[in-house]
Design a protein around this ligand. Structure first.
Ligand SMILES: Cc1cc2nc3c(=O)[nH]c(=O)nc-3n(C[C@H](O)[C@H](O)[C@H](O)COP(=O)(O)OP(=O)(O)OC[C@H]3O[C@@H](n4cnc5c(N)ncnc54)[C@H](O)[C@@H]3O)c2cc1C
Length: 385
């Protein structure tokens, strides 16, 4: 059996490794010409780590991951601690530590596990067609390829999604912009093994450790879509936006590299339940585009990859049965995560300021129990949990 995978992001690469492990002949096509992911890092929660472990990457993932022993919320303006608690109960309950990792390093790990030299870079897919015996993809350079199955892991702006749904899907602006990057870990910003989050006025500033004594940082700033922004001006913008915030936030703004700081407008997509058309199946953000507010988009893509492997394992010679099993095992779970993230997004970013004020009040009385229960709720429910 031959599979073509469109997209060498974390979803496509996880799927490529997963299918290759079954002995399927896998070909990966990627439009960019090198490993250059958008975004600095991600938090791979325990469900995502379990998927990577399942793909044989336990040691490699742990080597890239930051150690998060505790979590804290601080008042953004004063820097006073609202709550601080251990992650041990979460790790004990779900049986796996989460790992924040630098994106480029995660991508490289997956590329090497699949076979870097076997990735067809610089191949932009422009169309897909399905037939009784094969699905065929066409590339911008005029070449084509055919396979028993095409897995479209072509990301949040997936053009394959339009093909599968038969109509273009409209993404929804979530109301905020996320600035993110990597800086050297610094106790004046937050403890080295803590996920520290400053909150206030519907804004959020967070640092979490990744390997190599670095922090992954991000700033969430509510603002209209398409606000003007000059590339490289992150320090000026953030200094103005967070002028009256705590010293730790100013330390972070001074430490970041403006040229390497990403600015991303955050969108999501209403969940939908048709992921398969004939021999073509969506995977990752193409199938479920979420806001990053619970850190589950990439983890979900990894869950898709494992579920796809299980589906082809259970239906080895039957593409249609395998893809039906894949779709039915994933759409509800992925939809739930998209909607959970949307809800969290609205509270964090003050869609209703009274609800956000109530949340800040809760944080001042939190011992970790409620937050950990919420995170466990996100983590459980995938193919390995
Ligand atoms: C600010 C931010 C923070 C996030 N934080 C987290 C987090 O902490 N935890 C988490 O789990 N998730 C997080 N996410 C979500 C995560 O980044 C995505 O869910 C994940 O990248 C999806 O992987 P993917 O492979 O489906 O898509 P992508 O990573 O977008 O990869 C798609 C690939 O397909 C390629 N491609 C697209 N079109 C074509 C084409 N026509 N032909 C060939 N190739 C094509 C692209 O170049 C790209 O390489 C975050 C997202 C954002 C925006």
């Amino acid at each position: 059996m031959k599979a073509v995978i469109i997209g060498a992001g974390m979803g496509g690469l996880s799927a490529a490794i997963a299918l290759k492990q079954l002995g399927i002949d896998v070909t990966v096509y990627e439009q960019v010409t090198e490993n250059k992911p958008v975004g600095a890092a991600i938090s791979v929660w325990s469900n995502g780590v379990k998927c990577l472990n399942h793909l044989g990457l336990a040691e490699e993932t742990a080597a890239l991951g930051g150690i998060v022993d505790s979590m804290s919320y601080l008042d953004g303006f004063t820097g006073d601690t609202m709550c601080r608690f251990s992650m041990a109960p979460l790790i004990d309950e779900v049986g796996q530590r989460p790992y924040p990792v630098a994106r480029a390093e995660l991508q490289l790990m997956l590329m090497e596990a699949y076979g870097y030299a076997d990735i067809n870079f610089g191949k932009k897919m422009i169309s897909v067609t399905d037939g009784p015996d094969a699905a065929t993809v066409e590339f911008a350079d005029g070449t084509i390829d055919s396979a028993d199955v095409v897995i479209a892991a072509d990301g949040a702006k997936s053009r394959t999604r339009d093909y599968v749904l038969g109509t273009p899907a409209q993404r929804r602006y979530a109301g905020y912009v996320n600035f993110n990057g990597l800086v050297a870990a610094d106790d004046e910003i937050g403890p080295a093994t803590e996920w520290t989050t400053y909150v206030g006025d519907g804004r959020r500033v967070s640092v979490m450790p990744v390997a190599g004594d670095r922090f992954y940082f991000f700033f969430d700033v509510p603002m209209p879509a398409d606000a003007p922004y000059e590339r490289g001006s992150a320090r000026e913008v953030l200094t103005a936006e967070f002028a009256d915030w705590a010293p730790g936030v100013h330390k972070l703004i001074a430490a970041l590299d403006p040229a390497a700081t990403n600015r991303v407008e955050i969108f999501d997509l209403d969940p939908f339940h048709t992921w398969v058309a004939g021999r073509v199946a969506l995977l990752g953000d193409a199938a479920h585009n979420t806001t990053p507010d619970i850190g589950q988009g990439g983890c979900s893509a990894m869950e898709d990859a494992v579920a796809l492997q299980f589906s082809f394992r259970d239906h080895p010679d039957n593409v249609s049965a395998a893809l039906a099993a894949y779709q039915s095992s994933r759409t509800e779970r992925a939809a739930e995560l998209v909607l959970r993230a949307r809800k969290r997004c609205d509270v964090t970013h003050a869609k209703d300021p009274a609800k956000t004020a109530a949340w800040y009040d809760e944080l001042r009385h939190e011992d970790g129990t409620n937050i950990i229960a919420g995170i466990v709720g996100n983590i459980v429910g995938g193919p390995l949990t």
